[in-house]
Design a protein around this ligand. Structure first.
Ligand code: CP
Length: 337
C-alpha cells in the first residue's frame, strides 16, 4: 500500500485498510515515541499549517508531530497572505497552491464556523487546493469533516474496546452551549464509526439535523458493515445501553443567514435546551460508558465537569492521540519511509 502524496479531507475517502495503516502506525509511534524507525522521515521538510480559525490541539499537535519526525510545521494565517476572496481581489487558490507545493511537503487547512458564509464553502476550498497542489492536502478541521479527530477518537476507543467495534454502541448526542460549533467532528465520528461496524445512535433536539448526504452515507456504511445507525430525539432512550457517549454541541442548519454565521441567534437558541447535557443521571442509563469529546469541552453545558473529569472519561487520551495519528499521517503521506 502506498499512501505517499494522498490527500486526507475525510476518512470516507480512504479505504478501511488505509485507515488501518494509519491507526496501526500511530499505535506503534505511541509505544515508541522517541525511538521509532520513522522518527527522521520528515528530515528538513516543512508542513504548512494554514489556519483560518484558532486552535489549541490541532496546531500544537501538528507542530510537535513534525518536530518529532525531524521536520518543521509552519503556521500560516490568511490575513498575512493577500488571498482572493468572494469580496476582495488577490491571489487565486490555483496560484497559491502551486507555489506552496514548491516549498512544503504538505499543506494542512482549517476553515469553519465564522470564516465561511455558507455550509460547504470550507469543503469546496479544500477540494480546490487538492486540485491544484502537488503535495497532500490534509484537513485540520473544516465545516464538513475532521479526519484527524475521527482517527484519534477511534484510536482512543480501540485501547478500551479492542479492535473489533461490532456490537459496541456509540451514542453521538447533541449538547447545549454557546460555542456554536461546526458539524465536522460529529460527522467524521458518525462516518468512521458506522464504517467500522459500531452500532451508532445519533440523538439531538428537533431542528438540529446534520448534512443529509452524510446521514445517507452513514446509513450505507452501517448496512455494509452490518451494524446499526439510528436517529432519535429521545435522549434518555438513546443513552440506554451505550458503551460510549460522545456529547457535543453543533449549530442548526439555519446557522448561516445572509452570508454569515448568526452566532448570537444560534447561541441563544441552543442555550434554551438546558436538559441536553451529559450528566450523572443519564450516564447511569448506559453500559458504564466511556465518555469522549474532541475538546474544547464546554463544561456545564455539553457535559458536567463531574463526567468530563470522571473515571470513564478518555478525553485527554484522545487529545494525545491527535499527535500520534498526525505523525502517522505525515509519515505515510509525506515522509521518506
Ligand atoms: N479538537 C480540536 O480540533 O481541537 P482544537 O480546535 O483546539 O484544534
Amino acid at each position: 500500500m502506498n499512501l505517499h502524496g494522498k490527500d486526507l479531507i475525510c476518512t470516507q475517502d480512504w479505504e478501511i485498510e488505509e485507515l488501518e495503516a494509519v491507526l496501526s502506525l500511530a499505535e506503534e509511534m505511541k509505544a515508541h515515541r522517541y525511538d521509532h524507525l520513522y522518527n527522521n522521515c520528515l528530515n528538513r521538510k516543512t508542513f504548512f499549517m494554514f489556519f483560518y480559525n484558532p486552535s489549541v490541539r490541532t496546531r500544537q499537535s501538528f507542530e510537535c508531530a513534525a518536530t518529532e519526525l525531524g521536520g518543521h510545521a509552519q503556521f500560516l494565517e490568511p490575513k498575512a497572505m493577500r488571498l482572493k476572496t468572494a469580496t476582495t481581489p488577490g491571489e487565486t487558490v490555483e496560484d497559491a497552491a502551486q507555489v506552496m507545493s514548491r516549498y512544503a511537503c504538505g499543506i494542512g487547512i482549517r476553515i469553519l464556523e465564522d470564516k465561511i458564509s455558507a455550509y460547504g464553502e470550507g469543503e469546496a476550498l479544500l477540494r480546490e487546493y487538492a486540485k491544484w497542489a502537488s503535495v497532500p492536502i490534509i484537513s485540520m478541521a473544516h465545516d464538513k469533516y475532521h479526519p484527524c479527530q475521527g482517527l484519534a477518537d477511534v484510536m482512543g476507543l480501540r485501547a478500551h474496546l479492542g479492535r473489533d467495534f461490532r456490537g459496541k454502541r456509540l451514542l453521538q448526542v447533541w449538547g447545549h452551549g454557546a460555542l456554536v460549533r461546526s458539524w465536522c467532528s460529529v460527522q467524521e465520528s458518525l462516518l468512521i464509526n458506522t464504517r467500522l461496524g459500531m452500532d451508532v445512535t445519533l440523538s439531538y433536539p428537533v431542528g438540529y439535523d446534520l448534512d443529509p448526504g452524510v446521514i445517507a452515507a452513514c446509513e450505507e456504511n452501517a448496512r455494509r458493515a452490518r451494524g446499526r445507525f439510528e436517529i432519535t430525539h429521545d435522549q434518555k432512550k438513546a443513552y440506554k445501553g451505550a458503551d460510549v457517549v460522545y456529547s457535543r454541541n453543533w449549530m442548526s442548519p439555519q446557522a448561516y443567514r445572509e452570508g454569515q454565521l448568526d452566532k448570537k441567534g444560534e447561541s441563544e437558541r441552543a442555550m434554551g435546551y438546558r436538559d441536553w447535557i451529559c450528566d450523572r443521571e443519564k450516564m447511569a442509563l448506559t453500559n458504564d460508558a466511556l465518555f469522549i469529546h474532541p475538546m474544547p469541552v464546554d463544561r456545564g453545558h455539553e457535559v458536567t465537569a463531574e463526567i468530563a473529569s470522571g473515571p470513564r472519561s478518555i478525553i485527554y487520551e484522545v487529545a494525545e492521540n491527535r499527535l500520534h495519528i498526525q505523525k502517522a499521517i505525515l509519515a505515510l503521506t509525506m515522509g521518506e519511509i
